[in-house]
Design a protein around this ligand. Structure first.
Ligand SMILES: Nc1ncnc2c1ncn2[C@@H]1O[C@H](COP(=O)(O)OP(=O)(O)OP(=O)(O)O)[C@@H](O)[C@H]1O
Length: 236
């Protein structure tokens, strides 16, 4: 499975959050990292149809994603989780996933399979009764329900303790093999990115400044300077 963004430009008035950016993601879990304001969320917005690029194309295995209407992208196979957990407090865990499944055309059996996948047992508890971790699991279940092709995760482990974070990491890394989707992960937690992603793309000020195997990219001087604030020339 290959996702290719070519020459993507997004403009908001005088701001250009993405400036002629191209990136390719091969199957597995791939990371998009970069400092605040680099264009990571805007990239997710382009993929989910919340942002309309002024230029560029997006291709997933021959499908022109930008030609798919935003409201049909869930049915096409797109799933997205947000930094802020999107769980309805007055609905049960299962009802939350059923609600998400409505958009993608998945059925009740798919919903139960997704809840099994994330290992949530208290499926009949209301969102308001669930722990932060259980809400994250509900969120993740909405991302794997049905037959997703592309799963976008924005800081999925935010607010979790290290044990919970590890458990979530295990679930995320299994998505490509178990669910068959390509996963894109945006996160500021470099330990999580190192553990989850074989490859990363680094954005800075709306430009791609590096891409490739995660450990190599994180060790490269331009990335250490732009992203981690380490300037080899100064610190040498
Ligand atoms: N709707 C909008 N209107 C105007 N400017 C916007 C809009 N959305 C994003 N921007 C600007 O585009 C730039 C990139 O924002 P984006 O949210 O994509 O960055 P990010 O890499 O996700 O940052 P963070 O790590 O802080 O979430 C920022 O300067 C932001 O202020």
């Amino acid at each position: 499975m290959t996702l290719t963004l070519s020459g993507i430009t997004v403009r908001y008035g005088g701001v250009t959050p993405l400036d002629d950016v191209s990136m390719t993601f091969e199957s597995g879990v791939c990371g998009i990292i970069g400092p605040n304001g680099a264009g990571k969320t805007t990239t997710f917005n382009v993929l989910s149809g919340f942002a309309l690029p002024a230029a560029g194309t997006v291709d997933l295995d021959g499908d022109d994603l930008l030609a798919v209407a935003p409201h049909r992208r869930a049915r096409w196979g797109l799933r997205r989780s947000f930094q802020q957990v999107q769980v309805v407090r007055t609905l049960t865990a299962r009802e939350n996933v059923l609600l998400a499944a409505e958009h993608s055309g998945a059925g009740a059996t798919d919903v139960d399979r997704a809840l099994d996948y994330v290992g949530l047992t208290r499926v009949h508890r209301h969102g308001s009764e669930l722990t932060q971790f259980e809400r994250r699991l509900v969120d993740l279940a909405t991302c794997v329900v049905g037959s997703p092709r592309l799963v976008l995760l924005d800081e999925p482990a935010a607010g979790l303790d290290p044990g919970e974070s590890d458990q979530l990491l295990g679930l995320i890394t299994q998505i490509p093999a178990q669910v068959g989707a390509l996963v894109l992960l945006v996160d500021h937690d470099m330990d999580l990115v190192r553990a989850a992603c074989a490859n990363v793309v680094v954005l800075d000020f709306g430009k791609r400044i590096a891409a490739g195997p995660t450990l190599e990219v994180l060790a490269s001087p331009p990335v250490r300077k732009a992203y981690l604030g380490i300037d080899e020339e100064v610190s040498a």
